[in-house]
Design a protein around this ligand. Structure first.
Ligand SMILES: NC(=O)C1=CN([C@@H]2O[C@H](COP(=O)(O)OP(=O)(O)OC[C@H]3O[C@@H](n4cnc5c(N)ncnc54)[C@H](O)[C@@H]3O)[C@@H](O)[C@H]2O)C=CC1
Ligand SMILES: CC(=O)C(C)=O
Length: 259
């Protein structure tokens, strides 16, 4: 209950990792603003939070549009009486060989994974500074932000960029008492990995399920990561025990990438 009474905005919280983060932080006592491009998921998650006795509001917004994400932050402050923690979780995958990658596909993944995180950092930092509060900004990175993966090359580049933004924002915002960190999961069994596995099968000729199994078999702890594993770490990043940490993109992957 270390974040009881705090207000948290989580992007991409209609399913997968974002949904688990929202539920975990609601259990920790936070009020939630749920943001996603798809309205149905966040509305279901809001109902789950309310059933737990928590408070949640929803905004359908595209993180790649700075106006939409700024509006979501401002409405959260207005409707919930504040916003203390921003979680830039929304992201999309792009799977395929670099030599075949089309400009439009690169632009799309950059707009969501890189620009989306930048606009989220910007909107949150402006809001924290305007209200003179020591907020926390937490973004979704990946093991692919520490190692470039074959057939996930552009996606990996976007996650390296998230690490760079995390470091630069931490340096720029430290004097305002704002901390900026990222979480770097490994192989989490969400819809994103269903898509990665399916597309990898199309590109490499592997059977459906084979690529996922190959990745999971390399995890030292012997199992795929659950969204709840990620949410437990984000709970630490959102709480006061991480107050002295800033500029870090921390791997939590069950033992797959060692840095
Ligand atoms: N699944 C995995 O193994 C890993 C995922 N990650 C990262 O964690 C984050 C969440 O991943 P998952 O939950 O697996 O993905 P997911 O695909 O299951 O869920 C992503 C959510 O984000 C929303 N979203 C996508 N684009 C959006 C946009 N432009 N604006 C607003 N919402 C948008 C989707 O509607 C969806 O609800 C992503 O940043 C991903 O790159 C990092 C490492 C591993
Ligand atoms: C989706 C993702 O980030 C990986 C490396 O699995």
């Amino acid at each position: 209950m270390k974040i009881k009474g705090k207000t948290v905005l989580v992007t991409g919280s209609g399913r997968g990792i974002g949904r688990s983060i929202a539920l975990r932080l609601a259990q920790d006592g936070a009020n939630l603003a749920l943001v996603d491009m798809m309205p149905d998921g966040i509305s279901a998650v809001a109902n789950e939070i309310k059933a737990l006795g928590g408070r949640a509001i929803t905004f359908t917004a595209d993180v790649s549009d700075p106006q939409q994400i700024t509006a979501a932050v401002e409405s959260t402050v207005h409707e919930l009486g504040g916003m203390d923690i921003m979680i830039n979780n929304a992201g999309i995958a792009l799977i395929g060989p670099l030599i075949d990658t089309e400009p439009a596909a690169v632009e799309r993944v950059m707009r969501v994974n890189v620009n989306g995180v930048l606009w989220g950092i910007q909107a949150a930092a402006r809001s924290f500074k305007a209200r003179s509060i020591p907020g926390k900004i937490i973004s979704g990175c990946s093991i692919a932000g520490h190692e470039g993966y074959a057939l996930l090359g552009v996606y990996s580049a976007t996650k390296f960029a998230v690490r760079a933004l995390t470091q630069a924002a931490a340096k720029e915002l430290a004097s305002d008492g704002i901390t900026v960190n990222s979480y770097c999961p490994g192989v989490v069994g969400t819809d994103m990995w269903v898509e990665i596995d399916k597309r990898m099968a199309e590109v490499t000729g592997a059977k459906v399920g084979e690529t996922y199994d190959k990745f999971v078999n390399n995890i030292a702890l012997g199992r795929a990561q659950t969204p709840e594993d990620v949410a437990a770490f984000v709970s630490y990043l959102a709480g006061p025990d991480s107050d002295y940490m800033t500029g870090q993109s921390i791997i939590i992957d069950g033992g797959l990438v060692y840095r």
